[in-house]
Design a protein around this ligand. Structure first.
Ligand SMILES: *Cc1c(COP(=O)(O)O)cnc(C)c1O
Length: 463
């Protein structure tokens, strides 16, 4: 994150002579369990295994680059969130982080709900059997066709994002002879990323209807008069990769104040509030995310307290973690290609993927760690930048990290915590073939999203 408040260490400097970097205190062979999925470990020979399978075998069978998703970890995280929030709250997995039919089935089985924000995500959810009433439909510019599809399917809620949409969804629902359950997404004047939040003027964005100037109160007024809508609550999503609960606190307080104002004006107590997603994960050892039960307690304490103060019954809370569920469950496996040492600077390590399978580093300076995983090594740590094979010098996967100095072409390296916003944001830049997602569980691995082929690319090219 560009505004990350990590301690300003040398790894955040742009270019420094190698001697100025402090080599890592820990042994490079030790896998930090914070950033690796639960079933990842090293075997006696020093090779990484996931779900009991050695990476060299996975590379041989599925090729590189590839994402390996630890299914039992994914399911465990779903259960941890569901248990933490309990039967009086709802957990919606944010499908945009990573969605496939298998993921939808796992979510369905583990009792989670699902957020979608496009016709494509909705189609995937329905195709894989997620009950429509467990689906929430988001987006600042849903098309008429998307809204029709969602209403027809009977989605549990549509999150209204604009004044036009309030009218549009009501008309569509009436035309289809139904009443659509909806929430109104408000912007509470809080934006939070990582360790900080800003509580001013963040209405300046495309999402939602501002609480400021009475806009949100006006939206509620209109929604309550329309026959096609059943207004069930207010929605607020304040940012991403958040560790600090203070932003949620301000957001919850402001949403509850709106509920109180709605009660005072209309005599209606809206029964639900959704506090969005954005909970942070550990991308590097420096990150310390909270556990779901701590987050659940913090949020429910805040809402209960604010509602008591306002004399309201506590509404049903929902949350929408995407990254916090899928992010830590996968790593990307790459094969090392060319290696270019720059004396006194760093060593560039090129891999067989890059910004086409992980755009986050180039897009917003995301931080990742990396490890040599096909073997262990006792060589000295060397400062590296892991880069891709694309025609951009900004094609960086891991900006600053240490790998053993005996790294060689053909070694396998892995970048952990790539489950969220990597495959879902993958591109075909340079006509790269998007990598497969392979689910691993109990000694078995199977492809859930297959690798693209040149035929796939050429099929769309109909000139
Ligand atoms: C992106 C998004 C989420 C999920 O965010 P994460 O950072 O992946 O938890 C949840 N709700 C809404 C409305 C979003 O836009």
């Amino acid at each position: 994150m560009s505004r990350s408040a990590h301690p300003a260490g040398p790894r955040h400097a742009d270019v420094l002579p190698e001697g100025h970097y402090t080599a890592p205190a820990t042994d490079l062979n030790v896998l930090d369990e914070k950033v690796w999925s639960r079933t990842v470990t090293r075997d006696d020979a020093g090779a990484l295994t996931v779900g009991g399978i050695e990476v060299a075998r996975l590379a041989e069978e599925f090729g590189t680059p590839a994402y390996f998703l630890d299914e039992s970890d994914f399911r465990a995280r779903c259960r941890a969130w569901a248990d933490a929030f309990g039967p009086d709250a709802d957990v919606f997995y944010a499908g945009k982080a990573f969605l496939s039919r298998a993921v939808v089935r796992w979510l369905t089985e583990e009792g989670l709900n699902l957020d979608v924000c496009s016709g494509g995500e909705l189609a995937t959810a329905l195709d894989a059997g997620m009950p429509a009433d467990r689906i929430a439909f988001h987006g600042n510019n849903k098309t008429v066709a998307e809204i029709e599809r969602a209403v027809e399917a009977g989605v549990g809620r549509i999150v209204l994002d604009s004044f036009q949409e309030i009218v549009r969804v009501s008309h569509i629902a009436q035309r289809l002879g139904t009443r659509q359950r909806v929430q109104i997404r408000v912007t509470v004047g809080v934006e939070a990323h990582t360790h900080e939040f800003i509580a001013t003027a963040h209405e300046d964005q495309k999402f939602g209807i501002a609480l400021a100037d009475g806009q949100a109160a006006e939206a509620v007024r209109r929604a309550l008069t329309l026959d096609g809508l059943e207004l069930i609550g207010i929605h607020s999503h304040i940012g991403s990769q958040i560790f600090d609960m203070a932003g949620f606190e301000v957001s919850a307080r402001r949403v509850v104040q709106l509920l109180a104002a709605v009660r005072d004006e209309h005599g209606v107590e809206l029964p639900e509030i959704d506090l969005g997603g954005g909970l942070g994960i550990a991308y590097t050892s420096e990150d310390d995310p909270r556990e779901p039960h701590e987050i659940a307690k913090a949020l429910s304490d805040i809402v209960t307290r604010e509602c008591e103060a306002a004399g309201l019954a506590t509404p049903r809370i929902s949350v929408e973690p995407g990254r916090a569920i899928v992010g830590p469950t996968a790593f990307t496996l790459y094969e090392v290609g060319t290696i270019k040492p720059l004396e006194g600077l760093r060593t560039y390590v090129s891999v067989d993927g890059g910004m086409s399978d992980n755009i986050r580093t180039a897009l917003y300076d995301a931080e990742y760690s990396v490890a040599l995983v096909s073997r262990s090594s006792d060589a000295e740590p060397m400062l590296v930048r892991v880069v891709g094979k694309h025609c951009e010098s900004g094609d960086i996967v891991v900006k600053d990290a240490f790998l053993p100095a005996d790294l060689a072409p053909g070694d396998l390296i892995a970048v952990p915590a790539t489950g969220a916003y990597c495959r879902s944001m993958a591109s075909n830049y340079n006509h790269a073939l998007r990598p497969p997602v392979v689910a691993v569980r109990d000694g078995r691995a199977h492809v859930i999203v297959r690798r693209e082929t040149e035929e796939d690319l050429l099929r769309l090219d109909v000139g």
